[in-house]
Design a protein around this ligand. Structure first.
Ligand SMILES: Cc1cc2nc3c(=O)[nH]c(=O)nc-3n(C[C@H](O)[C@H](O)[C@H](O)COP(=O)(O)OP(=O)(O)OC[C@H]3O[C@@H](n4cnc5c(N)ncnc54)[C@H](O)[C@@H]3O)c2cc1C
Length: 507
């Protein structure tokens, strides 16, 4: 069953989650105006899957069942799958800013691969359990929130060393019929309007951390779950051209002794494979973030070019404006190209699924994380100050000022003031407003802070291969002056391959 966006919204009525928004209880999520932009953004991933113009990108065949499923729920089998997913995420995010549901995809793929690995090592049956769960999620066309980032407390301490243990989600009881979990996941995208949560560990673990190495699926209205959220986008704000319609809420999700039956538990104490799960989700997610932010780049490129036009300038004639637009294109397509490379150089594992290349995924995410601020700057540079100075939309209807403002604040003669104002307000919304700050911070920290990407690049990059290349060249005398005798000590053995003779013996 493939739902429409409207059916997705209505499907939220099947659940009775305990949600608080700005200190008030939300009784019916589907009718909550402050969350409507978030529900609408996810709704686009449903509508596009039923729109024949987009089905090639938005639908996929699940190899384990043979069924056609939404791309946001599909397990990738080939490089082409990854490329198509990358394009699909870009497509929905250029439409709505952030379509959020790709997080479901990334978690499903990460768990699919990690459970297969855990079973091979421990003889468990997590993969079979998870595959059954996956098929149900696909059949019911659900959206799942990713509950990975723990509250973490004092960052310098490990989970078991925290004075308040509830800053990490952990297993507090193992029963015959399931486990009980407790703790807080601090930042969960779309938390108030998903069907279920996938709880996953957010860091690597050491012996003694077994209770923290937990992965399971929890319905949003399971007993003991509380969601504390904020509004999605800028609902009801007439100046918010874009984010009054589409936005994203995040929530803190508290698990207060929540029972999870075994058929929903996909890891419970396997510390090494829980680490594999964290990194494999992160790699899938960073790959998707590249598509998402490229979609945001598309919006800025289009809006920037429109604003330049409304200002009466022609990038063909004004080199400094053209140069800035080219810079914006370079940034956007530069990190997107990393996503393409990560897809092309993917690796298949024993589960039958493919992992995007870790180095290119992390470089792409690192580039967008830091260059998002440059993207905003370029939009400001080419637009001028009107994007922050324009009087609000109410002024458009003030009989005392509207006509005269429209006459003097228009730019190019054949472009009406209303159109120039509209683009200026869009750029304000995307690059200046509170929502713009949201896009910056989600780019910087969403999917892991820059340091996490740098570590992964260093961990996965074949530095030694480059060292060996240069050693080989040196050995062949390409760079040597004849006095070279050794490789670096410790490269291939403790002392180096050719130990220089002590000075005395040499004489
Ligand atoms: C808009 C948004 C949406 C998100 N959506 C989700 C989601 O759906 N699901 C989810 O699970 N997560 C989500 N995240 C969370 C995201 O993954 C985290 O923000 C990210 O991993 C960083 O964690 P943190 O926010 O706790 O910051 P911190 O971990 O506190 O990091 C802050 C800074 O401190 C540094 N630091 C932290 N610990 C140490 C240490 N021990 N030693 C040295 N330096 C350290 C970091 O490198 C960073 O520079 C989202 C984040 C954002 C902003």
């Amino acid at each position: 069953m493939l739902m429409s966006g409207e059916e997705f919204r209505e499907s939220l009525d099947r659940y009775k989650p305990r949600i608080f928004l700005n200190g008030q209880r939300v009784e019916r999520v589907s009718q909550e105006a402050r969350l409507a932009p978030g529900i609408a953004a996810i709704g686009v991933t449903y509508d596009f899957a039923r729109d024949e113009r987009h089905t090639a990108l938005m639908l996929a065949r699940q190899h384990t069942s043979g069924k056609t499923v939404n791309r946001m729920l599909h397990i990738n089998e080939t490089s082409q799958d990854l490329l198509t997913k990358l394009e699909a995420v870009r497509l929905v995010c250029r439409e709505v800013g952030c379509a959020q549901r790709y997080l479901t995809h990334d978690a499903l793929n990460g768990i699919f691969q990690a459970t297969h690995r855990a079973d091979a090592v421990h003889g468990t049956d997590y993969h079979q359990r998870f595959t059954a769960y996956l098929h149900r999620v696909q059949d019911e066309d659900l959206t799942l929130g990713v509950a990975m980032t723990d509250a973490k407390g004092d960052r310098s301490r490990r989970p078991g060393q925290q004075s308040n243990p509830d800053v990490y989600v952990r297993i507090t009881e193992r029963r015959k019929d399931g486990i009980v979990i407790r703790g807080t996941k601090a930042i969960v995208t779309a938390a108030p309007y998903v069907h279920e949560f996938l709880v996953m560990p957010c860091r690597t673990h050491v012996a003694g951390d077994e209770d923290f190495a937990v992965c399971c699926a929890v319905p949003c209205d399971a007993e003991g779950v509380t969601i504390v959220t904020r509004a999605a986008g800028r609902p009801g704000d007439p100046a918010a051209k874009f984010s009054s319609k589409y936005g994203q809420a995040t929530g803190a999700v508290m698990f207060d002794d929540v029972f999870v039956p075994w058929d929903r538990v996909f890891m419970a104490g396997e510390i090494t494979e829980a680490g594999t799960l964290t990194t494999s989700y992160a790699t899938h997610h960073r790959h998707s973030c590249i598509g998402a932010r490229a979609g945001f780049g598309d919006l800025l490129i289009g809006a920037g070019a429109l604003m330049v036009e409304a200002n009466g300038l022609d990038p063909e004639r004004h080199a400094h404006i053209r140069e800035q637009l080219v810079e914006l294109i370079k940034i956007t397509e530069g990190f997107f190209a990393c996503g393409v490379a990560a897809s092309v150089y993917c690796q298949k594992d024993g589960s039958g699924a493919v992992m995007p290349d870790a180095v290119f995924s992390n470089i792409g995410k690192l580039l967008l994380a830091t260059q998002i601020y440059d993207m905003h700057k370029i939009a400001h540079y080419v637009s001028g100050g009107l994007v922050v100075a324009l009087p609000g939309p109410d002024e458009d209807h003030n009989p005392e000022t509207a006509a005269s403002l429209a006459a003097v604040l228009a730019g190019r003669e054949d472009i009406p003031y209303a159109q120039r104002a509209e683009v200026a307000r869009l750029i304000d919304d995307l690059t200046v407003s509170r929502e713009a700050g949201f896009y910056s911070v989600i780019s910087l920290h969403g999917g892991g802070s820059p340091e996490a990407m740098k570590r992964e690049i260093w961990r996965n990059y074949p530095v030694m291969e480059k060292v060996e290349l240069v050693e080989r060249l040196l050995d062949r005398g390409v760079l040597a002056d004849g006095s070279r005798t050794s490789k670096q000590p410790g490269r291939c053995c403790v002392t180096g391959c050719e130990v220089p003779k002590p000075p005395l013996a040499a004489e």
